[in-house]
Design a protein around this ligand. Structure first.
Ligand SMILES: Nc1ncnc2c1ncn2[C@@H]1O[C@H](COP(=O)(O)OP(=O)(O)O)[C@@H](O)[C@H]1O
Ligand code: SF4
Ligand SMILES: [Mg+2]
Length: 333
């Protein structure tokens, strides 16, 4: 009889705009999301849809000159408008983030152990250095790196891409965060290594009961790993649902396109589906539904009216014809 737990992380109507020639254009256009403690939320969308900009802005890491409005609450505390100093304190302790490119994020002239110890010390300044190094070895073991006592004394170039990404994950969880945001954590890696990294993340998430936001352009990655999924297109969440519902009954044509483009879900492997065209560039939104130029189901209303969000509370989609079976035009009786 328990009500759903209070959200750990709650984003309401987040908007991020970039200025160009004196005009502001929104890259993130009213995103709302929640993550419960211990929950895994997947955010999926093509490159350029606003995934990174939204999450960076939520943590106060938006670039100079950009404009952020809306509300971002972590454990009830408002982050929009919080001082840079307080945000810095929060990041790396209660909230952590992992980025796509593990090589450029590590210092090549510092041992891996020293770098992990540094992130431990940043938030525990009183800790003796030796204890911080012990913690570094512990963290390497936690991300399943063999022989951690030896590995802490090595340099990043002595680690493979997958091992470096494990190091980044170890650093991110060094201070026992409640929320981890992983932005395309496996994109730069080959397929087998991707699967291993996803497993490491899943184990950690489970073990530490982390709230996890998993950002990806590949919906397939979320199948075994997310509890809920938010599909983002042109800076907006166009569909949001528990992962099984999303795959079983996608409500938005864009989601159906993303599902059809997952390699092992395609019926004919040699004819892999891809959604035609590209997402609109910043400031170049079409009228009506932003997806209409690429949508095989578009009708007149789609070019004139912005679709409302509809569907049951757990499963929402922004489409004039959400949850309607796609019309088939190419099948003879
Ligand atoms: N610093 C910036 N200045 C201007 N536009 C930006 C900046 N960063 C990102 N954008 C634009 O914002 C949009 C969303 O980008 P991003 O969030 O990086 O996409 P994703 O992470 O989904 O691939 C893109 O159109 C991108 O060109
Ligand atoms: S509103 Fe129209 S154009 Fe947009 S996704 Fe739905 S059917 Fe396609
Ligand atoms: Mg990105």
């Amino acid at each position: 009889m328990s009500a759903s737990p209070a959200p750990l992380f709650e984003v309401r109507d987040l908007r991020v705009a970039f200025g160009r020639h004196g005009q502001f254009h929104e890259a993130v256009r009213g995103v709302s999301l929640t993550v419960a403690p211990g929950e895994v939320l997947g955010i999926v969308g093509e490159s350029g849809s606003g995934k990174s900009v939204a999450m960076l802005a939520a943590l106060g890491l938006n670039p100079e000159g950009s404009r952020v409005t809306g509300s971002v609450r972590f454990k009830g505390q408002e982050l929009v408008g919080m001082s840079r100093r307080d945000l810095r304190k929060l990041r790396g302790s209660r909230v952590a983030m992992i980025f796509q490119d593990p090589l450029s994020s590590l210092n090549p002239v510092m041992t891996v152990g020293a770098q992990i110890a540094e992130s431990v010390l940043l938030h525990n300044p009183g800790l003796p250095r030796r204890a911080a190094m012990e913690r570094a070895a512990e963290l390497l073991a936690l991300v399943a790196i063999p022989q951690p006592d030896r590995r802490i004394n090595q340099y990043p170039h002595e680690f493979s891409g997958g091992m470096r990404q494990r190091v980044m994950i170890a650093m991110a969880v060094a201070n026992d965060p409640d929320l981890l945001i992983a932005d395309e954590p496996t994109t730069a890696l080959d397929v087998t290594v991707q699967a291993q990294i996803m497993q490491v993340l899943a184990d950690l998430q489970h073990r530490l009961n982390l709230g996890l936001i998993l950002i990806t352009h590949d919906l397939g990655v979320l199948a075994g790993h997310a509890d809920r999924v938010a599909v983002i297109y042109a800076g907006q969440v166009v569909e949001q649902a528990p992962v099984d519902d999303l795959f079983a009954q996608p409500g938005h044509p864009y989601t159906r396109g993303l599902i059809a483009s997952i390699p092992n879900m395609a019926v004919e492997k040699e004819r892999l589906f891809s959604i035609e065209g590209t997402p609109p560039a910043l400031g170049r939104l079409p009228s009506g539904c932003p997806f209409n130029p690429r949508c095989s189901q578009a009708r007149d209303i789609c070019r004139s009216a912005v679709p409302p969000v509809s569907g049951p509370a757990q499963h929402r989609a922004a489409c004039h014809f959400a949850f309607e079976a796609p019309a088939t035009t190419d099948s003879p009786a």
